[in-house]
Design a protein around this ligand. Structure first.
Ligand code: SAM
Ligand code: SF4
Length: 362
């Protein structure tokens, strides 16, 4: 039988290899995978970490994803949209702290007001801070809208596929025209065709999700040739329909460990992409992001949303850092990362080497 060392020495990981690595439960074997991923990262792109200031623009959403605390039908969620000055203050802090880019994330909103307002914000940010790379994570839109925002100055887009398995996707979304697996897939292609650096990802530890599903997700990322990945543990929220299935969930420890393995295996498979250490990891382990960095991740997103608003952007229980102001968020990240052999690159947008190679850009 193939052992872990043999698999880790292979040039190309196939489906069976990935399933075997994801199934590891022994701590020493897990550490072998993390160590391999760290050395792959060090050789391919160096032991550098890039920061993005995360702005949670609005928690108003037209969708009803069965897992998400800000889904449309959660009437207990206190809704907000940041005002212009709050957005610009968050961007000012991002620039002042030396983060190379910002991520504007929100519930999925269609309609001219949202599209035009965001377009004007992108233009203003791009004009005031031309060095700052702008990433959007605002759900599925039309190709025309992607293009408008791209032309305004946003050049990265994050849209998680959530699961690359159609059946599992429909088990965590309502079956209606607002939640279509095909449309989600098409959106990734539209974003790629618009010229964005495209990021996607999945949640790990969903009800009825298996190691085999996750292995196929990793192969999907490789086949789609993604530039960036953000993936992390699924964490239940009591005001969502999926909460009823909480008895089917893996333990928090397993969700955390498999999330780290997913990051490490993907780093081995795709050495030059950007992989984020997700905030959800930190809610399961207060060293979560640091452990993810040491397993091959290279991006962290400190939250720069105003303190009094970010507590209402609650996707899951125990959102970490809701009492930290942007400066404290940065300090906690800086301290935990800089003393583990990694170097934080300030004032650097951290464009994935994979994207440069794919597009032959500098
Ligand atoms: N609305 C946009 C979208 O869905 O693409 C962007 C914002 S959405 C809140 C960002 C991500 O949060 C989703 O892609 C999903 O993977 C993650 N998320 C939502 N609920 C979660 C939960 N209960 N546990 C972990 N991650 C969750
Ligand atoms: Fe809306 Fe995104 Fe949450 Fe789905 S995951 S309900 S689209 S904010």
């Amino acid at each position: 039988m193939t052992n872990i060392d043999d698999i880790l020495n292979k040039e190309h990981l196939d489906y069976e290899d990935i399933v075997m690595l994801l199934s590891i439960e022994d701590k020493n074997d897990m550490q072998k995978v993390f160590d391999k991923a760290l050395s792959v990262k060090a050789n391919a792109i160096g032991r550098f970490v890039y920061l993005r200031g995360l702005i949670e623009l609005s928690n108003i959403c037209r969708k009803n994803c069965l897992y998400c605390g800000i889904r449309r039908d959660n009437y207990k969620a206190i809704r907000y949209t940041l005002f212009h000055d709050e957005v610009m203050e968050s961007v000012r802090l991002t620039e002042k702290f030396g983060f190379g880019s910002i991520v504007i994330q929100s519930g999925e909103l269609l309609g001219d007001t949202f599209i035009e307002t965001l377009e004007s914000y992108i233009k203003e940010i791009h004009q005031k801070y031309p060095e700052l790379l702008i990433t959007l994570s605002c759900g599925e839109q039309t190709p025309e809208v992607y293009k408008r925002w791209f032309d305004a100055g946003a050049h990265r887009y994050l849209l998680r596929i959530e699961s690359s398995d159609e059946e599992l996707y429909y088990s965590i979304h309502p079956k209606d025209e607002n939640h279509s697996f095909k449309a989600r897939m098409q959106a990734l292609t539209d974003l790629r065709n618009t010229g964005y650096q495209v990021g996607t990802g999945v949640m790990i530890g969903l009800p009825n999700q298996t190691i085999e599903h996750l292995a196929k997700d990793l192969i999907f990322f490789r086949d789609f040739d993604v530039d960036m990945i953000g993936m992390g543990p699924f964490i239940e929220h009591s005001e969502t329909p999926l909460y009823e299935k909480r008895n089917l969930l893996w333990s928090l420890e397993k969700r955390f460990n498999v999330s780290l393995l997913m990051i490490a295996i993907l780093r081995i498979m795709m050495p030059t992409i950007n992989i984020a250490a997700s905030t959800a990891l930190e809610s399961l382990d207060n060293q979560g992001r640091r452990k993810a960095i040491l397993a091959g991740a290279n991006v962290v997103m400190p939250n720069v949303t105003p303190l009094y608003k970010k507590k209402n952007y609650k996707l899951y229980e125990n959102k970490p850092g809701i009492h930290l102001n942007p400066w404290e968020s940065l300090k906690s990240i800086h301290d935990s990362i800089e003393n583990c052999g990694e170097h934080i690159c300030y004032h650097n947008p951290g464009i994935p080497k994979h994207f440069r190679d794919r597009t032959n850009s500098i």
